[in-house]
Write a protein that binds this ligand. Sequence first.
Ligand code: SAM
Length: 240
Amino acid sequence: MTGQKRGKIWGLGMGPGDPELITVKALNLLRAADVVAYPAPSDGDSLVRSIAAPYLTGGQEEFVMATPMVPAERFSARSVYDWAAEELHTRAKAGKNIVVLCEGDPFFYGSFMYLFARLAGRVPVEVVPGVSSLMAGTAELGLPLAARNDVVAVVPGPMEEGAMEAAIKSAQAAVVVKVGRHLPKVRRVIERLGLGPHARYIERATLAEQRIFALADIPGESAPYFSLVFVHNGGAVKDL
Ligand SMILES: C[S@@+](CC[C@H](N)C(=O)[O-])C[C@H]1O[C@@H](n2cnc3c(N)ncnc32)[C@H](O)[C@@H]1O
């Protein structure tokens, strides 16, 4: 009796934006896949598809997961993941090899974890780590992130202001992700802690549109979705 061919699903870390920052493993899997799945905002282009674009073969099925990004639509985002997981499950059971493109690293605030939670144990699922925006940001800023016994805090922009302040204060280095419309709050907190001169901002790291500013010089009251603020509070990187 011949065994039925079983497909597999990979969550592929695709790095922060520069198509040269994907791993050899991700590239090989991407080129060999039958199905290339990726999230796209409901109202715009998919950054992660543009990272993969130079490597797509043209003969692959593209499966687009249009995902609402705003908190008020989180319920409908969950139903998108329910639907997408079932669609991918059907294809894997039919023997297709599927890659799910993930911006940066799949398990670092990545939406792939919602698919992983719905699929692991039902079909083979593997995660291929990627270069996360944190690593890209520290490199592009030319600003070492942490040394020796430094603690690094990763601080989501939507956090409540007091909790954000406590998190930044608790570490020698902090990185604020998902800055967006939370920029005024991020600025307030960092300035209140007296750390303004030690904070740097980067948007669209490693892309041609990348921009870098000191905290005080960031134009406007809101930042793009793909932006980060790095702030140091002493720490061993000041003494290298
Ligand atoms: C949903 S999280 C995904 C993080 C991603 N999985 C990673 O490993 O970097 C999205 C946040 O990551 C940050 N981000 C991702 N890519 C970025 C880039 N190229 N430049 C600056 N920030 C980026 C932004 O703070 C953005 O709001």
